[in-house]
Write a protein that binds this ligand. Structure first.
Ligand code: NAD
Length: 527
């Protein structure tokens, strides 16, 4: 029996022993720079294909690894291997499948800082951000292992006298897992492990910006005893691997997290029935956000609110689906509060994240930098630049934390997901106006309200239309089990990752009904 779930503690890097452990892990991982990694299908390692490079966004000339590029043909082979493995994996008892996750979590815990160090180098996470990503991955493994017992156990059903009835949950089959690069360990591991623990087999296509951390996780699953073919590792591009995978009639489900554009494309392609297809593909798509924090005139601790806004807007360089990209401030405190946010923004220490003192690293790649800069330039015409605004791209892909004030609610930078360190600030006439502005995008992922007025908090509970609403706290940092995560509207299918509904998305229910034998009537009765 597993103990009750609790979240993995975060590391306190002010303690010298933790700092030393992280520095040692960074050195270990640095010694692995430049290796080549295979595509893995049915346990077989495939190399000799065209390759692509994973590079360090803080030092763009630094090669981290070369990854073999899978093609359409490998997608077919991976589907063969996964369906073959499914025949035995689906029959494994929950103990075996949940045991794989718990063992993987155990191993990851032992090498926690190596996983974090890999993300420091590969996507530019600062130490605390990388540590939180690794802790979340461990949480997903531990949480879904426990959830598998609940879904695999006896289900409540109404009893009748004439039949024995049961409802059991069975796996769907073979699914595709398509993760983003921004939580390249936690989200990738969460989607993969949820698929596997429910008895499905997986073809996993990591993000091209973060294949190294995905490979490290895949190898850990193997080390923990995962049979060949249960997860297949197909590094490669969205077009060459993702599209054929999504379109295959042999794929039963897709678990996607990423942008709205790619999510909608996948949803559309998956909806087209292909010749020979036996099912309607199930698509779980968690997509972008344009998340707002409202700061109301009735909130006393403005300094705390300003710190929460800055943490939400600029943690991991604003590259979180949950990041605060819109700050909506009540007119009565606007002129006092906005300078507090600007001051804290200007105090952020920018630097290469392998240095533990850095609070803010690069954005993920050159095209992200270019896109964010275009939004900043547009934003300068839509409001008043109060902080940041420049890029520093000599060594890495750095964009300064940027605050643009006096932005209209319908401006481009108020409406489109920028996915970088850009905060648009809007003045609201009052709380009604603030709620209206908060709800006026096509997204609905996270949101936060700061007020000491209970009736306004109640109104936010009722009217702020987001999947994850936070009251008097920041709008990032959802914890597995504590804050099941997923958004409304164009933010996705509201799958609530890390919640009790999640494993149901990888299962289908079968009702089994057996008529009870009728007891023979004693002779002579009724005559
Ligand atoms: P993306 O949409 O560019 O890519 C996501 C994944 O899809 C990658 O693995 C990519 O290779 C793959 N892909 C691209 N084209 C494809 C195609 N044609 N067919 C199949 N797969 C394809 O997103 P990203 O830049 O990796 O991640 C950032 C986005 O993810 C942001 O919009 C962010 O808000 C969102 N996100 C959402 C959540 C959430 O829970 N809602 C969490 C994290 C990130």
């Amino acid at each position: 029996m597993l103990s009750e779930f609790s979240n993995e503690p975060l590391t306190d890097f002010t303690k010298p022993e933790n700092k030393a452990a992280m520095e040692a892990a960074l050195a270990t991982v640095r010694a692995e720079f430049g290796r080549e990694y295979p595509v893995v299908i049915g346990g077989e390692r495939i190399t000799g294909l065209a390759t692509y490079e994973s590079i360090n966004p803080s030092h763009k000339s630094q090669l981290l690894g070369r990854f073999n590029k899978a093609t359409k043909q490998h997608v077919e082979h991976a589907l063969d291997a996964a369906w073959k493995a499914f025949e035995s994996w689906k029959r494994q008892p929950v103990d075996v499948r949940a045991g794989l996750l718990v063992k993987t979590a155990d191993l990851m815990r032992q090498r926690k800082h190596e996983f974090s160090a890999t993300m420091v180098y590969e996507v530019g996470k600062t130490w605390p951000e990388a540590d939180a990503d690794t802790a979340e991955a461990i949480d997903f493994l531990e949480f879904y292992a426990r959830e598998a017992y609940r879904w695999g156990g006896e289900q409540p059903i109404t009893k009748i006298a004439t039949e024995d009835n049961a409802l059991v949950y069975v796996p769907l089959g073979v699914g595709g897992v398509i993760p983003p690069w921004n939580f390249p360990l936690a989200i990738m591991a969460g989607m993969t492990s949820a698929g596997v623990v429910t008895g499905n087999c997986i073809v996993m296509k990591p993000s091209s910006d973060a294949p190294w951390i995905a490979y490290r996780f895949f190898a850990l699953l193997e080390e923990a005893g995962m049979p060949p073919g249960v997860v297949n590792f197909l590094s490669g591009s969205g077009a060459e691997v993702g599209d054929p995978l999504v379109m295959s009639p042999r794929l039963r489900f897709i678990s996607f997290t990423g942008s709205k554009e790619v999510g909608l494309h996948i949803n559309e392609e998956a909806a087209k029935t292909q010749p020979g297809q036996l099912w309607i593909k199930r698509v779980v798509a968690e997509m972008g956000g344009k998340d707002a924090i409202i700061v109301d005139r009735d909130y006393k601790n403005l300094d705390e609110a300003a710190a929460a806004v800055v943490a939400s807007a600029f943690g991991f360089q604003g590259q979180k689906c949950s990041a605060c990209s819109r700050l909506i401030v009540d007119d009565a405190i606007y002129d006092k509060f906005v300078p507090m946010v600007v001051e804290k923004t200007k105090a952020i220490r920018i630097g290469p994240p392998e240095e533990g003192s850095s609070q803010f690293g690069p954005v993920v790649n050159a095209s992200a930098l270019k896109k964010i800069k275009e939004y900043i330039d547009k934003g300068k015409g839509e409001g008043k630049l109060l902080a940041g605004g420049e890029v520093r791209d000599a060594e890495g892909f750095y964009v300064e934390p940027t605050v643009i004030a006096d932005v209209a609610p319908d401006a481009t930078i108020s409406q489109e997901e920028i996915f970088g360190p850009v905060l648009a600030v809007t003045r609201a006439k009052d709380f009604d106006d603030a709620l209206r502005i908060a709800n006026n995008t096509q997204f609905g992922l996270t949101g936060a309200v700061f007020t000491d007025d209970e009736s306004k908090l109640d109104r936010a509970r009722e009217e702020f239309f987001v999947g994850n609403l936070y009251l008097n706290r920041k709008c990032t940092g959802a914890l597995v089990g504590v804050h099941p995560f997923g958004g409304f509207n164009m933010s996705g299918t509201d799958s609530k990752a890390g919640g009790r509904d999640y494993l149901g998305l990888f299962l289908q229910a079968k009702a089994i009904s057996r008529k009870k034998a009728v007891a023979p009537q004693p002779a002579g009765v009724g005559e």
